[in-house]
Design a protein around this ligand. Structure first.
Ligand SMILES: [Zn+2]
Length: 91
């Protein structure tokens, strides 16, 4: 069963380009429709910043889901979370 590589949901899974097509992304990763819609054309960094401000509930799910994972997405999530510029981002 496919699950969303961002939030772990198994509902409405689509294969999504990690980087938006418009930015020449080539790698695909399964993601749920809700994450896909929310991410849109944003890069991961842009999306997470946006989530923190606009969808803290989803951001928490993504954070918790990827904490113990070792997938390429999880590594990216952890890398972004550890960036100072991201950690100390207040709105
Ligand atoms: Zn998702």
């Amino acid at each position: 069963m496919k699950v969303c590589s961002y939030c772990g949901s198994s509902r409405n899974i689509e294969d999504k380009h990690i980087r938006a097509k418009s930015k020449r992304g080539k790698t695909t990763t399964p993601a749920c429709q809700a994450c896909n819609r929310s991410k849109g054309n944003k890069t991961l960094m842009e999306w997470f910043r946006w989530l923190k401000k606009n969808e803290p509930y989803r951001w928490n799910r993504i954070k918790n889901y990827n904490k113990r994972k070792r997938t390429p997405i999880a590594e990216k999530v952890k890398k972004i979370m550890n960036k100072k510029s991201f950690k100390f981002l207040f709105y």
